[in-house]
Design a protein around this ligand. Structure first.
Ligand code: GUN
Length: 300
């Protein structure tokens, strides 16, 4: 048996097309342009790449992109003051502070300073609580993208056994909440989970978000299961030449693809969906700010 490969790149391009079409309509019918502010503190190279891509795709979707780059030694108070300004700015509908922040800053304090209705990452304590209690929330982008792909593949997820490996605030916990909201029976597994392999083998839906290269192999997977690999790990690839590396997920793709029914590859699976969902969330935030209907097919 060989799994269907879920084409996250094509899926994300479709989401971005939908966003762009609805942005164009907002402009034409209401004279409103959604705006996304991205704040980067410090010069982490990976974060710089993400922020550049976010800015580029925001503009491509027809939205305004505002970038704020602050030096690594910026005082937390200065960052909070910038967030207050962005919160008050009516041209800014979404605010994202790129993580991780420099060690001298209190991440929770910074995130909770963002106005919840502009918190397009869905990390504000109010959005976390809203998601957990079934109220209208801003939903974290990566889990939102995973859920969109799962719904597209299965239609209803009701009654399915879902195992989420990883308990981060960014992916694992909100992913579990979304699956629970869609009536899955959800288990969160982590580094201290006993019999993790056996547990994973019971999953109809297995979401891997642990950040450990190729930890989950085909032996962990129930035949026919859907495997969503959120991991992005860089490992040495001497076969490509000295000092070369390659990207792999948390799932050992080749062995998993022989057992699973469907699987997301790395790269080209979940990754492209994250930015697409960020754009979708920015559009959603803009519509809500203006009392307009939610964008179609882009929220859950
Ligand atoms: N760093 C890694 N992932 C993310 C994310 O989803 N949002 C933000 N703001 N920072 C990140």
């Amino acid at each position: 048996m060989s799994a269907e490969i879920i084409d996250g790149k094509a899926f994300a391009a479709d989401v971005r097309r939908k966003v762009a079409a609805q942005v164009a309509r907002l402009k034409a019918e209401h004279g409103i342009t959604p705006g996304l502010a991205v704040v980067l503190v410090g010069d982490d190279p990976a974060s710089q790449v993400y922020v550049r891509n976010k800015g580029k795709m925001t503009v491509e979707a027809g939205m305004n992109s505002f970038e704020h780059r602050l030096p690594a030694e910026t005082e937390e108070a200065a960052l909070l003051a910038l967030l207050d300004d962005l919160n008050a700015d009516p041209t800014v509908h979404g605010i994202l502070v790129q993580l991780p922040l420099p060690g001298h800053m209190d991440e929770a304090n910074v995130i909770n300073r963002i106005a919840p209705e502009k918190d397009v990452d869905g990390f504000h304590i109010s959005n976390v609580g809203r998601l957990a209690t079934g109220q209208k929330a801003m939903v974290p982008c990566t889990p939102l993208g995973c859920l969109m792909m799962l719904r597209d593949l299965h239609g209803s997820l009701s009654g399915m056994d879902a195992v989420v490996v990883g308990r981060s605030n960014i992916v694992g916990k909100p992913m579990a909440q979304l699956l629970l909201r869609d009536s899955c029976t959800v288990t969160i597994a982590h580094s201290r989970t006993r019999n993790i392999e056996e547990l994973c083998r019971r999953a109809d839906i297995l979401v891997a978000a642990v950040g450990r290269a190729e930890m989950i192999t085909g032996a962990w997977i129930k035949p026919g299961a859907t495997v969503i690999d959120v991991g992005i790990n860089r490992i040495p690839a001497p076969e490509r030449g000295e000092g070369r590396t390659r990207l792999v997920g948390d799932v050992h793709f080749d062995s998993a693809a022989r057992v699973a029914g469907a699987i997301t590859p790395v790269p080209g699976g979940v990754g492209p969906m994250t930015i697409a969902c960020l754009l979708a969330n920015t559009l959603t935030a803009c519509c809500r700010a203006h009392g307009l209907p939610e964008p179609e097919g882009l929220t859950v």
